[in-house]
Design a protein. Structure first.
Length: 270
């Protein structure tokens, strides 16, 4: 313990509010995830993003996991979609789960542009989602390396199958190697019916994003953000950091902030 650190008593009552705000900002309650429809024997990325419609099974799946909403005039979480001019399509799929809002970027609901043969606009949305659901039909295997996103960390593959008891969904999960394990874990066999696919999938997606935040790719960004926010509190309530850049007090404070920001707290699991 370094006893040479100078302690400063803060009497400003606004500090408590700002500290609560700082902690609250780290709690995410709004999420966006991709849903990519893969038809029979489709393998290449451009083919996957070219689908403008899905099968009846795909449409039924969308109805199970959320509500189809009209985007224009939408007042709740929009997940980066256009809610004024329909440039990102007229509809999307939205869900509320455990007090959280989830907007899906559905590949078949995002419009194809005639002057965009590589589907850059579609990829801009799904390619910037940390977790993507791959709804795959057919017996061929899905290869996540075919997708060019450098941002997506988790792919959850859902395959429909017809059993005696009705439609069931076989689920598989692929993560980048730095993502820690997260619940709910897959059952054996990993089959889900129409009643339990939604709660499993939404919990898995949310926990996937939360765990991805602990990977090196995102941890360093979070550390920088937290240090900047804590620096702002020091400037506001203790001293002006810009005028004390070379002081030993400031250097010790920066080191302390870095240690705080580097602490990897396990995100809560649903």
């Amino acid at each position: 313990m370094d006893l040479s650190i100078k302690m400063t008593k803060i009497t400003d009552t606004e500090l408590e509010k700002d500290l609560i705000k700082f902690e609250t900002n780290t709690i995410i309650t709004q999420y966006k995830f991709g849903i990519l429809y893969v038809s029979h024997d489709q393998v290449e990325e451009d083919d996957l993003y070219s689908n403008e419609t899905g099968s009846e099974q795909f449409e039924e799946f969308l109805q199970l996991i959320g509500s189809k909403i009209y985007l224009k005039g939408w007042k709740k979480f929009r997940g980066g979609l256009d809610v004024q001019n329909n440039t990102t399509g007229t509809h999307s799929v939205f869900a509320e789960f455990e007090g959280m809002e989830v907007m899906f970027h559905v590949s078949t609901l995002l419009p194809n542009q005639p002057d965009d043969p590589q589907k850059i606009e579609k990829k801009r949305h799904l390619g910037n989602d940390i977790a993507i659901v791959i709804f795959k039909e057919g017996s061929h295997k899905f290869d996540p390396t075919k997708l060019s996103s450098q941002f997506t960390q988790v792919y959850i593959v859902v395959e429909p199958a017809i059993k005696k008891e009705g439609t069931v969904y076989r689920v598989a999960v692929a993560n980048t190697k730095h993502v820690p394990p997260y619940k709910p874990y897959l059952s054996d066999p990993p089959l889900f019916n129409k009643a339990n696919i939604k709660p499993f999938l939404l919990a898995k997606l949310i926990n996937a994003e939360r765990s991805s935040m602990l990977s090196p790719k995102f941890q360093s960004k979070m550390e920088r953000t937290n240090i900047n926010l804590l620096n702002n509190l020091l400037e506001k309530y203790v001293y002006n950091l810009s005028s004390l850049k070379d002081s030993s007090i400031t250097k010790k404070s920066i080191k302390a902030l870095r240690r705080i920001s580097q602490r990897k707290k396990r995100p809560p699991q649903l």
